[in-house]
Ligand binder design. Structure first.
Ligand code: G6P
Length: 475
Protein backbone atom coordinates (compact mmCIF):
# COMPACT_ATOMS: atom_id res chain seq x y z
CA UNK A 1 0.00 0.00 0.00
CA UNK A 2 1.25 3.50 -0.88
CA UNK A 3 2.57 5.65 1.94
CA UNK A 4 -0.11 7.98 3.26
CA UNK A 5 0.38 11.68 3.90
CA UNK A 6 -2.61 12.94 5.89
CA UNK A 7 -3.04 16.70 5.98
CA UNK A 8 -5.50 18.30 8.42
CA UNK A 9 -5.66 21.57 10.29
CA UNK A 10 -5.00 19.74 13.54
CA UNK A 11 -2.51 17.04 14.26
CA UNK A 12 -4.17 14.14 16.09
CA UNK A 13 -2.57 15.56 19.23
CA UNK A 14 -2.76 19.09 20.63
CA UNK A 15 -0.18 20.77 22.80
CA UNK A 16 -1.07 22.73 25.91
CA UNK A 17 1.41 24.80 27.88
CA UNK A 18 1.28 24.28 31.65
CA UNK A 19 3.42 25.63 34.43
CA UNK A 20 5.17 22.27 34.63
CA UNK A 21 5.85 22.06 30.88
CA UNK A 22 4.16 21.06 27.63
CA UNK A 23 1.29 18.58 27.71
CA UNK A 24 0.35 16.59 24.63
CA UNK A 25 -3.26 15.29 24.54
CA UNK A 26 -5.56 14.00 21.80
CA UNK A 27 -7.27 16.59 19.61
CA UNK A 28 -11.02 17.28 19.57
CA UNK A 29 -13.09 15.91 16.70
CA UNK A 30 -13.53 12.43 15.28
CA UNK A 31 -10.80 12.61 12.65
CA UNK A 32 -7.89 11.49 14.79
CA UNK A 33 -9.63 8.37 16.07
CA UNK A 34 -11.20 7.88 12.64
CA UNK A 35 -7.88 7.66 10.85
CA UNK A 36 -5.97 5.81 13.53
CA UNK A 37 -6.95 2.49 11.94
CA UNK A 38 -5.23 3.24 8.64
CA UNK A 39 -2.40 5.52 9.83
CA UNK A 40 0.94 3.70 10.26
CA UNK A 41 3.23 5.98 12.31
CA UNK A 42 6.42 4.17 11.19
CA UNK A 43 5.93 5.09 7.55
CA UNK A 44 2.96 7.45 7.11
CA UNK A 45 3.00 11.18 7.80
CA UNK A 46 0.43 13.53 9.32
CA UNK A 47 0.89 17.23 8.59
CA UNK A 48 -1.01 19.63 10.87
CA UNK A 49 -1.05 22.38 13.48
CA UNK A 50 -0.15 21.34 17.05
CA UNK A 51 -2.89 23.63 18.47
CA UNK A 52 -0.69 26.26 20.13
CA UNK A 53 0.53 29.64 18.83
CA UNK A 54 4.25 29.61 17.95
CA UNK A 55 4.96 32.65 20.16
CA UNK A 56 3.99 30.64 23.24
CA UNK A 57 6.91 28.26 22.69
CA UNK A 58 10.55 29.03 23.35
CA UNK A 59 13.04 27.94 20.68
CA UNK A 60 14.14 25.01 22.87
CA UNK A 61 10.53 23.95 23.56
CA UNK A 62 9.72 24.12 19.89
CA UNK A 63 12.68 21.97 18.94
CA UNK A 64 12.02 19.32 21.55
CA UNK A 65 8.32 19.28 20.66
CA UNK A 66 9.13 18.91 16.98
CA UNK A 67 11.39 15.93 17.79
CA UNK A 68 8.67 14.29 19.90
CA UNK A 69 6.04 14.77 17.22
CA UNK A 70 8.23 13.60 14.34
CA UNK A 71 8.88 10.33 16.14
CA UNK A 72 5.13 9.63 15.88
CA UNK A 73 5.05 10.52 12.17
CA UNK A 74 3.58 13.96 12.93
CA UNK A 75 4.92 16.95 10.96
CA UNK A 76 3.93 20.18 12.69
CA UNK A 77 2.98 23.39 10.89
CA UNK A 78 3.62 26.15 13.44
CA UNK A 79 1.23 29.09 13.22
CA UNK A 80 1.81 32.54 14.70
CA UNK A 81 -0.78 34.09 17.03
CA UNK A 82 -1.89 36.34 14.17
CA UNK A 83 -2.30 33.36 11.85
CA UNK A 84 -4.34 31.53 14.49
CA UNK A 85 -6.58 34.59 14.79
CA UNK A 86 -7.03 35.24 11.08
CA UNK A 87 -6.85 31.83 9.45
CA UNK A 88 -8.26 29.51 12.17
CA UNK A 89 -10.53 31.70 14.33
CA UNK A 90 -11.09 34.06 11.38
CA UNK A 91 -11.68 32.77 7.87
CA UNK A 92 -12.15 29.11 8.88
CA UNK A 93 -14.48 29.66 11.80
CA UNK A 94 -16.05 33.09 11.21
CA UNK A 95 -16.53 32.74 7.44
CA UNK A 96 -16.57 29.15 6.17
CA UNK A 97 -18.04 27.39 9.22
CA UNK A 98 -21.15 29.61 9.51
CA UNK A 99 -21.73 29.55 5.74
CA UNK A 100 -21.50 25.77 5.52
CA UNK A 101 -23.95 25.38 8.43
CA UNK A 102 -26.48 27.86 7.01
CA UNK A 103 -25.75 30.71 9.40
CA UNK A 104 -24.94 33.42 6.83
CA UNK A 105 -25.83 36.06 9.45
CA UNK A 106 -22.66 35.08 11.37
CA UNK A 107 -20.38 34.99 8.31
CA UNK A 108 -17.73 37.71 8.16
CA UNK A 109 -16.30 38.64 4.75
CA UNK A 110 -12.98 40.31 5.35
CA UNK A 111 -10.15 40.41 2.83
CA UNK A 112 -7.42 40.28 5.46
CA UNK A 113 -8.89 37.02 6.84
CA UNK A 114 -9.06 35.57 3.34
CA UNK A 115 -5.45 36.52 2.66
CA UNK A 116 -4.31 34.86 5.88
CA UNK A 117 -6.27 31.72 4.91
CA UNK A 118 -4.50 31.64 1.55
CA UNK A 119 -1.11 32.24 3.15
CA UNK A 120 -1.57 29.48 5.72
CA UNK A 121 -2.80 27.03 3.06
CA UNK A 122 0.42 27.92 1.20
CA UNK A 123 2.45 27.12 4.37
CA UNK A 124 0.77 23.73 4.62
CA UNK A 125 1.60 23.15 0.93
CA UNK A 126 5.27 23.87 1.63
CA UNK A 127 5.39 21.36 4.50
CA UNK A 128 3.64 18.71 2.40
CA UNK A 129 6.08 19.27 -0.46
CA UNK A 130 8.97 18.79 1.99
CA UNK A 131 7.70 15.44 3.31
CA UNK A 132 6.04 13.88 0.27
CA UNK A 133 7.81 11.23 -1.82
CA UNK A 134 6.94 9.98 -5.31
CA UNK A 135 4.13 7.39 -5.15
CA UNK A 136 2.67 8.71 -1.86
CA UNK A 137 -1.07 9.22 -1.42
CA UNK A 138 -1.92 12.67 -0.09
CA UNK A 139 -5.23 12.94 1.78
CA UNK A 140 -6.30 16.49 2.70
CA UNK A 141 -9.09 17.05 5.24
CA UNK A 142 -11.73 19.64 5.87
CA UNK A 143 -12.74 23.25 5.36
CA UNK A 144 -9.59 24.81 6.83
CA UNK A 145 -7.60 23.54 3.83
CA UNK A 146 -9.85 23.91 0.79
CA UNK A 147 -7.22 25.72 -1.29
CA UNK A 148 -4.56 23.14 -0.58
CA UNK A 149 -5.40 20.53 -3.27
CA UNK A 150 -5.04 23.21 -5.99
CA UNK A 151 -1.77 24.49 -4.50
CA UNK A 152 -0.35 20.98 -4.27
CA UNK A 153 -1.42 20.16 -7.82
CA UNK A 154 0.43 23.24 -9.07
CA UNK A 155 3.61 22.25 -7.29
CA UNK A 156 3.52 18.48 -7.73
CA UNK A 157 1.95 18.15 -11.19
CA UNK A 158 -0.56 15.66 -12.57
CA UNK A 159 1.33 12.61 -11.25
CA UNK A 160 0.58 13.33 -7.60
CA UNK A 161 -2.28 11.41 -5.95
CA UNK A 162 -4.42 13.89 -4.02
CA UNK A 163 -7.70 13.18 -2.22
CA UNK A 164 -9.83 15.68 -0.32
CA UNK A 165 -12.59 15.00 2.22
CA UNK A 166 -14.95 17.66 3.59
CA UNK A 167 -16.17 16.83 7.11
CA UNK A 168 -18.81 19.58 7.24
CA UNK A 169 -21.78 20.25 4.93
CA UNK A 170 -21.25 21.81 1.52
CA UNK A 171 -24.06 24.40 1.41
CA UNK A 172 -26.50 24.97 -1.40
CA UNK A 173 -25.26 27.34 -4.10
CA UNK A 174 -27.72 30.05 -2.97
CA UNK A 175 -25.74 30.32 0.28
CA UNK A 176 -22.29 29.51 -1.09
CA UNK A 177 -22.56 32.15 -3.81
CA UNK A 178 -22.44 34.94 -1.20
CA UNK A 179 -18.78 34.15 -0.50
CA UNK A 180 -16.63 36.71 -2.35
CA UNK A 181 -13.92 34.07 -2.96
CA UNK A 182 -16.29 31.27 -4.00
CA UNK A 183 -14.60 30.53 -7.31
CA UNK A 184 -11.14 30.27 -5.78
CA UNK A 185 -12.50 27.82 -3.20
CA UNK A 186 -14.12 25.58 -5.78
CA UNK A 187 -11.02 25.65 -7.98
CA UNK A 188 -8.88 24.82 -4.95
CA UNK A 189 -10.87 21.63 -4.38
CA UNK A 190 -10.65 20.68 -8.03
CA UNK A 191 -6.91 20.23 -7.61
CA UNK A 192 -7.79 16.86 -6.04
CA UNK A 193 -8.35 13.59 -7.95
CA UNK A 194 -11.20 12.68 -5.61
CA UNK A 195 -13.39 15.06 -3.60
CA UNK A 196 -15.43 13.26 -0.91
CA UNK A 197 -18.41 14.33 1.18
CA UNK A 198 -20.47 12.64 3.89
CA UNK A 199 -23.73 12.69 1.91
CA UNK A 200 -24.97 12.82 -1.69
CA UNK A 201 -26.72 16.11 -0.94
CA UNK A 202 -23.34 17.69 -0.15
CA UNK A 203 -21.80 16.21 -3.31
CA UNK A 204 -24.71 17.54 -5.39
CA UNK A 205 -24.38 21.00 -3.85
CA UNK A 206 -20.70 21.02 -4.72
CA UNK A 207 -21.32 19.88 -8.30
CA UNK A 208 -23.95 22.59 -8.71
CA UNK A 209 -21.48 25.24 -7.47
CA UNK A 210 -18.82 23.96 -9.86
CA UNK A 211 -21.23 24.14 -12.78
CA UNK A 212 -22.58 27.59 -11.91
CA UNK A 213 -19.16 29.10 -11.17
CA UNK A 214 -16.94 27.50 -13.80
CA UNK A 215 -19.35 26.11 -16.42
CA UNK A 216 -17.85 22.61 -16.00
CA UNK A 217 -20.54 19.95 -15.63
CA UNK A 218 -20.12 16.42 -14.40
CA UNK A 219 -20.77 13.05 -15.96
CA UNK A 220 -22.04 10.82 -13.12
CA UNK A 221 -19.74 12.51 -10.61
CA UNK A 222 -16.77 13.01 -12.93
CA UNK A 223 -15.68 16.46 -14.01
CA UNK A 224 -13.09 17.12 -16.70
CA UNK A 225 -10.99 19.99 -15.45
CA UNK A 226 -7.76 21.39 -16.91
CA UNK A 227 -7.01 18.13 -18.74
CA UNK A 228 -7.62 15.98 -15.65
CA UNK A 229 -10.64 14.12 -14.28
CA UNK A 230 -11.96 15.07 -10.84
CA UNK A 231 -14.20 12.46 -9.21
CA UNK A 232 -16.84 13.53 -6.67
CA UNK A 233 -18.64 11.08 -4.37
CA UNK A 234 -20.19 10.47 -0.94
CA UNK A 235 -18.48 8.47 1.84
CA UNK A 236 -20.41 8.61 5.14
CA UNK A 237 -17.89 8.47 7.97
CA UNK A 238 -18.40 5.73 10.56
CA UNK A 239 -17.01 4.93 14.00
CA UNK A 240 -14.94 2.23 15.66
CA UNK A 241 -17.97 0.19 16.79
CA UNK A 242 -16.09 -2.23 19.07
CA UNK A 243 -14.53 0.60 21.04
CA UNK A 244 -18.02 1.65 22.18
CA UNK A 245 -19.72 -1.77 22.21
CA UNK A 246 -16.98 -3.18 24.43
CA UNK A 247 -16.52 -0.14 26.68
CA UNK A 248 -18.87 -1.15 29.50
CA UNK A 249 -16.64 -4.15 30.26
CA UNK A 250 -13.56 -2.03 30.94
CA UNK A 251 -12.79 -1.68 34.67
CA UNK A 252 -12.40 2.11 34.44
CA UNK A 253 -15.83 2.39 32.76
CA UNK A 254 -17.40 0.11 35.38
CA UNK A 255 -16.01 2.38 38.07
CA UNK A 256 -17.47 5.45 36.31
CA UNK A 257 -20.80 3.65 35.92
CA UNK A 258 -21.04 3.09 39.66
CA UNK A 259 -20.33 6.77 40.29
CA UNK A 260 -22.83 7.99 37.68
CA UNK A 261 -25.58 5.74 39.06
CA UNK A 262 -24.88 6.90 42.58
CA UNK A 263 -24.88 10.55 41.59
CA UNK A 264 -27.99 10.48 39.41
CA UNK A 265 -30.07 8.22 41.65
CA UNK A 266 -33.02 6.42 40.17
CA UNK A 267 -34.03 9.00 37.55
CA UNK A 268 -34.11 8.16 33.89
CA UNK A 269 -31.48 9.92 31.82
CA UNK A 270 -31.72 12.01 28.65
CA UNK A 271 -28.21 12.62 27.32
CA UNK A 272 -26.97 15.55 25.27
CA UNK A 273 -23.31 15.74 24.17
CA UNK A 274 -21.75 18.26 21.76
CA UNK A 275 -19.06 20.85 21.31
CA UNK A 276 -20.69 24.12 22.40
CA UNK A 277 -21.45 25.28 18.88
CA UNK A 278 -24.41 27.22 17.46
CA UNK A 279 -24.83 24.62 14.71
CA UNK A 280 -25.79 22.03 17.35
CA UNK A 281 -29.21 23.50 18.21
CA UNK A 282 -28.60 23.53 21.97
CA UNK A 283 -31.02 26.39 22.87
CA UNK A 284 -33.84 24.73 20.90
CA UNK A 285 -33.07 21.41 22.61
CA UNK A 286 -33.30 23.07 26.02
CA UNK A 287 -36.56 24.74 25.02
CA UNK A 288 -37.92 21.34 24.00
CA UNK A 289 -36.91 19.81 27.33
CA UNK A 290 -38.59 22.68 29.18
CA UNK A 291 -41.78 22.24 27.16
CA UNK A 292 -41.65 18.49 27.82
CA UNK A 293 -41.50 19.11 31.60
CA UNK A 294 -44.31 21.62 31.36
CA UNK A 295 -46.59 19.34 29.32
CA UNK A 296 -45.80 16.10 31.15
CA UNK A 297 -45.63 16.80 34.90
CA UNK A 298 -45.48 13.06 35.59
CA UNK A 299 -41.86 13.06 34.41
CA UNK A 300 -40.72 15.77 36.82
CA UNK A 301 -38.26 14.38 39.36
CA UNK A 302 -38.16 11.18 37.30
CA UNK A 303 -36.13 12.31 34.29
CA UNK A 304 -32.81 14.19 34.28
CA UNK A 305 -31.07 15.71 31.31
CA UNK A 306 -27.29 15.38 31.38
CA UNK A 307 -25.89 18.04 29.12
CA UNK A 308 -22.21 17.81 28.23
CA UNK A 309 -21.06 20.91 26.33
CA UNK A 310 -17.42 20.80 25.31
CA UNK A 311 -15.78 24.26 25.13
CA UNK A 312 -14.90 25.15 21.56
CA UNK A 313 -13.54 28.20 19.67
CA UNK A 314 -14.13 30.28 22.77
CA UNK A 315 -12.47 33.37 21.26
CA UNK A 316 -15.14 33.67 18.53
CA UNK A 317 -17.95 36.12 19.49
CA UNK A 318 -20.84 33.91 18.30
CA UNK A 319 -19.60 31.11 20.59
CA UNK A 320 -19.35 33.50 23.54
CA UNK A 321 -22.92 34.71 22.98
CA UNK A 322 -24.14 31.11 22.75
CA UNK A 323 -22.41 30.23 26.01
CA UNK A 324 -24.25 33.04 27.80
CA UNK A 325 -27.56 31.97 26.30
CA UNK A 326 -27.11 28.31 27.24
CA UNK A 327 -26.02 29.17 30.81
CA UNK A 328 -29.07 31.39 31.25
CA UNK A 329 -31.54 28.90 29.86
CA UNK A 330 -30.23 26.09 32.01
CA UNK A 331 -30.41 28.12 35.21
CA UNK A 332 -33.92 29.26 34.31
CA UNK A 333 -35.13 25.70 33.80
CA UNK A 334 -33.37 24.42 36.91
CA UNK A 335 -34.75 27.34 38.92
CA UNK A 336 -38.27 26.83 37.64
CA UNK A 337 -38.61 23.06 37.92
CA UNK A 338 -35.85 21.94 40.27
CA UNK A 339 -36.57 20.70 43.79
CA UNK A 340 -34.30 20.17 46.75
CA UNK A 341 -33.76 16.60 45.65
CA UNK A 342 -33.75 16.94 41.86
CA UNK A 343 -32.07 19.14 39.31
CA UNK A 344 -33.70 18.83 35.85
CA UNK A 345 -30.43 19.50 33.99
CA UNK A 346 -26.94 18.47 35.06
CA UNK A 347 -24.65 20.67 33.02
CA UNK A 348 -20.98 19.85 32.39
CA UNK A 349 -19.10 22.52 30.45
CA UNK A 350 -15.90 20.59 29.76
CA UNK A 351 -14.64 17.68 27.73
CA UNK A 352 -14.90 14.25 29.34
CA UNK A 353 -12.38 11.42 29.29
CA UNK A 354 -13.47 8.38 27.30
CA UNK A 355 -14.44 6.29 30.36
CA UNK A 356 -16.80 8.97 31.70
CA UNK A 357 -18.41 9.48 28.30
CA UNK A 358 -18.78 5.74 27.75
CA UNK A 359 -20.48 5.43 31.16
CA UNK A 360 -22.96 8.15 30.22
CA UNK A 361 -23.75 6.48 26.90
CA UNK A 362 -24.32 3.29 28.82
CA UNK A 363 -26.74 4.67 31.42
CA UNK A 364 -28.66 7.03 29.13
CA UNK A 365 -32.23 6.00 28.31
CA UNK A 366 -32.45 8.56 25.53
CA UNK A 367 -29.89 10.50 23.48
CA UNK A 368 -31.12 13.82 22.20
CA UNK A 369 -28.94 14.69 19.20
CA UNK A 370 -30.56 17.62 17.47
CA UNK A 371 -28.12 19.75 15.45
CA UNK A 372 -29.60 22.43 13.23
CA UNK A 373 -27.04 21.30 10.67
CA UNK A 374 -24.25 18.73 10.90
CA UNK A 375 -21.99 17.18 8.27
CA UNK A 376 -22.37 13.71 9.84
CA UNK A 377 -22.47 13.65 13.70
CA UNK A 378 -20.67 10.80 15.37
CA UNK A 379 -22.20 11.17 18.87
CA UNK A 380 -25.45 9.53 17.74
CA UNK A 381 -23.47 6.61 16.28
CA UNK A 382 -21.40 6.23 19.46
CA UNK A 383 -24.59 6.14 21.57
CA UNK A 384 -26.24 3.43 19.45
CA UNK A 385 -23.03 1.37 19.30
CA UNK A 386 -22.76 1.53 23.11
CA UNK A 387 -26.17 -0.08 23.62
CA UNK A 388 -25.10 -3.70 23.92
CA UNK A 389 -28.37 -4.88 25.43
CA UNK A 390 -30.32 -3.04 22.73
CA UNK A 391 -32.11 -0.69 25.12
CA UNK A 392 -32.07 3.09 24.62
CA UNK A 393 -33.73 5.48 22.20
CA UNK A 394 -32.02 7.86 19.80
CA UNK A 395 -33.81 11.09 18.93
CA UNK A 396 -31.97 12.46 15.93
CA UNK A 397 -32.16 15.63 13.86
CA UNK A 398 -33.08 15.08 10.24
CA UNK A 399 -30.46 17.81 9.47
CA UNK A 400 -27.54 15.60 10.53
CA UNK A 401 -25.81 13.63 7.79
CA UNK A 402 -26.20 10.54 10.02
CA UNK A 403 -30.01 10.67 9.68
CA UNK A 404 -29.71 9.14 6.20
CA UNK A 405 -28.12 6.04 7.72
CA UNK A 406 -30.20 5.84 10.90
CA UNK A 407 -33.86 6.07 9.86
CA UNK A 408 -34.91 3.82 12.79
CA UNK A 409 -34.15 6.70 15.19
CA UNK A 410 -36.97 9.08 16.11
CA UNK A 411 -36.21 11.69 13.48
CA UNK A 412 -37.12 15.29 14.29
CA UNK A 413 -36.88 18.75 12.81
CA UNK A 414 -34.57 20.48 15.32
CA UNK A 415 -36.41 23.78 14.89
CA UNK A 416 -39.70 22.15 15.87
CA UNK A 417 -39.69 22.36 19.65
CA UNK A 418 -43.15 20.78 19.99
CA UNK A 419 -42.11 17.79 17.92
CA UNK A 420 -38.95 17.30 20.00
CA UNK A 421 -40.94 17.49 23.27
CA UNK A 422 -43.38 14.88 21.91
CA UNK A 423 -40.46 12.68 20.78
CA UNK A 424 -39.08 12.74 24.35
CA UNK A 425 -42.41 11.43 25.63
CA UNK A 426 -42.52 8.79 22.90
CA UNK A 427 -38.93 7.73 23.62
CA UNK A 428 -39.49 7.40 27.36
CA UNK A 429 -42.61 5.30 26.87
CA UNK A 430 -41.31 3.11 24.03
CA UNK A 431 -41.50 -0.65 24.66
CA UNK A 432 -38.20 -2.47 25.15
CA UNK A 433 -38.98 -4.72 22.18
CA UNK A 434 -39.36 -1.72 19.94
CA UNK A 435 -36.12 -0.19 21.29
CA UNK A 436 -34.21 -3.40 20.66
CA UNK A 437 -35.60 -3.90 17.17
CA UNK A 438 -34.57 -0.39 16.13
CA UNK A 439 -31.13 -0.55 17.73
CA UNK A 440 -30.28 -3.93 16.26
CA UNK A 441 -30.90 -2.64 12.74
CA UNK A 442 -28.89 0.50 13.35
CA UNK A 443 -26.05 -1.45 14.99
CA UNK A 444 -25.80 -3.79 12.00
CA UNK A 445 -25.49 -0.81 9.69
CA UNK A 446 -22.90 0.88 11.91
CA UNK A 447 -20.84 -2.30 11.81
CA UNK A 448 -21.07 -2.57 8.05
CA UNK A 449 -20.20 1.09 7.45
CA UNK A 450 -17.66 1.61 10.20
CA UNK A 451 -14.67 3.90 10.18
CA UNK A 452 -12.41 1.33 8.50
CA UNK A 453 -14.94 1.00 5.71
CA UNK A 454 -14.95 4.78 5.33
CA UNK A 455 -11.17 5.16 5.10
CA UNK A 456 -10.51 2.11 2.94
CA UNK A 457 -13.39 2.89 0.57
CA UNK A 458 -12.20 6.46 0.12
CA UNK A 459 -8.61 5.37 -0.50
CA UNK A 460 -9.71 2.65 -2.94
CA UNK A 461 -11.84 5.13 -4.89
CA UNK A 462 -8.87 7.49 -4.94
CA UNK A 463 -6.74 4.74 -6.46
CA UNK A 464 -9.47 4.11 -9.07
CA UNK A 465 -9.64 7.83 -9.83
CA UNK A 466 -5.87 7.73 -10.46
CA UNK A 467 -6.45 4.82 -12.84
CA UNK A 468 -8.89 6.94 -14.85
CA UNK A 469 -6.29 9.69 -14.82
CA UNK A 470 -3.52 7.44 -16.10
CA UNK A 471 -5.74 6.06 -18.86
CA UNK A 472 -6.53 9.61 -19.92
CA UNK A 473 -2.85 10.57 -19.99
CA UNK A 474 -2.05 7.63 -22.26
CA UNK A 475 -4.66 8.57 -24.85
C1 G6P B 1 -15.40 19.69 13.44
C2 G6P B 1 -14.51 19.95 12.23
C3 G6P B 1 -13.08 19.54 12.49
C4 G6P B 1 -12.58 20.17 13.79
C5 G6P B 1 -13.51 19.81 14.95
C6 G6P B 1 -13.10 20.48 16.27
O1 G6P B 1 -15.56 18.32 13.63
O2 G6P B 1 -15.04 19.30 11.09
O3 G6P B 1 -12.24 19.94 11.43
O4 G6P B 1 -11.26 19.77 14.07
O5 G6P B 1 -14.82 20.25 14.62
O6 G6P B 1 -13.01 21.88 16.11
P1 G6P B 1 -11.66 22.69 16.32
O7 G6P B 1 -11.96 24.06 15.80
O8 G6P B 1 -11.39 22.63 17.78
O9 G6P B 1 -10.58 22.00 15.54
Amino acid sequence: MARLVVVANRLPVSVIKRKDGLRVSSSPGGLASGLSACFRPESDRWVGWPGIAAERLSMAERESLEGRLRRRGHCPVFLSQEEVERYYLGFSNRTLWPLAHYFPQYAVYDRSLWEAYRRVNQRFAETVVEVVEPGDTIWVHDYQLMLLPGMLRQRLGTDATIGFFLHIPFPSFEVFRTLPWRREMVEGLMGADLVGFHTYDDALHFLESVRRLTGASDNVGRITWEGRVVTVDAFPMGIDVDRYAGASQLPEVEEQLRRVRQQLGATRVVLSVDRLDYSKGIPQRLEAFELFLERHPQYRERVTMVMVAVPSRTEVPAYQALKREVDERISRINGRYGTLGWMPIRYLYRSLPFAALAALYHVADVALVTPLRDGMNLVCKEFVASKRDGRGVLILSEMAGAAKQLPEALLVNPHNVEQMAAALDEALSMSEDDQRARNRLMQQRLRQYDVDWWATTFLRRLEEARGVQRALAQK
